[in-house]
Ligand binder design. Structure first.
Ligand SMILES: Nc1ncnc2c1ncn2[C@@H]1O[C@H](COP(=O)(O)OP(=O)(O)O)[C@@H](O)[C@H]1O
Ligand SMILES: [Mg+2]
Length: 176
């Protein structure tokens, strides 16, 4: 008798995971192009003006997935140009304080910092210094940002974004 447990009806079950980021996002070429444009200066003149982009839109329109796909693309392009640019995606519904957000950055990049003994401002400044010393550029995606604001108000954002010179926003609607 055939053992059905060994045969899956799916070619790749990983694609069902909420974490899965497809290689292509049909109908989002224009928006990906816009993100490229917003962040173009990082690749052309790393260390120049920093950029902040807001992506807004309803649940399920693809905000998370487009950010992650863009992050993977820009990391690859930066690498080809010899720029050490890293994209870190943090979900603020899970990480509701500036401190835990920064800790996720430390974890994601394997930065050798002690896990205790810092205030959030100290951790932020140590991270900035580390990035400067190591010549690392960071794109930090704060997904579900409203959770962080609800928990801590807008002060952490103010602290974390003092150096930002330019802002842009992009609104996603259903793509079909
Ligand atoms: N253009 C697209 N093509 C294929 N799948 C998409 C597209 N946009 C979104 N998805 C999928 O739809 C689901 C919801 O997208 P998500 O990025 O989580 O939405 P949001 O963050 O806006 O709530 C995810 O499984 C995602 O992979
Ligand atoms: Mg999302």
């Amino acid at each position: 008798m055939q053992n059905y447990a060994e045969h899956s009806v799916f070619k790749d079950e990983n694609r069902l995971s909420i974490e899965c980021v497809p290689q292509n996002l049909p109908h989002r070429e224009k928006e990906l192009g816009l993100l490229d444009l917003f962040f173009k200066s990082i690749l052309d003149r790393p260390g120049g003006m920093s950029q902040r982009v807001f992506i807004c839109g309803g649940i399920g329109v693809g905000k998370t997935v487009i950010s992650k796909l863009f992050g993977a693309h820009i990391e690859t392009r930066a690498q080809r140009k010899g720029i050490n640019l890293r994209y870190v995606h943090v979900n603020c519904r899970v990480n509701k304080s500036l401190f835990t957000v920064l800790q996720r950055v430390v974890d994601a990049l394997n930065i050798p910092f002690p896990s205790r003994g810092y205030s959030d401002e100290e951790l932020l400044h140590s991270l900035m210094k580390y990035f400067n010393d190591q010549n690392i550029y960071l794109i930090l995606a704060l997904d579900e940002l409203e959770s962080l604001i609800r928990e801590e108000g807008s002060e952490p954002l103010y602290i974390a974004s003092q150096d930002f010179k330019r802002s842009a926003s992009m609104s996603l609607r259903e793509s079909r």
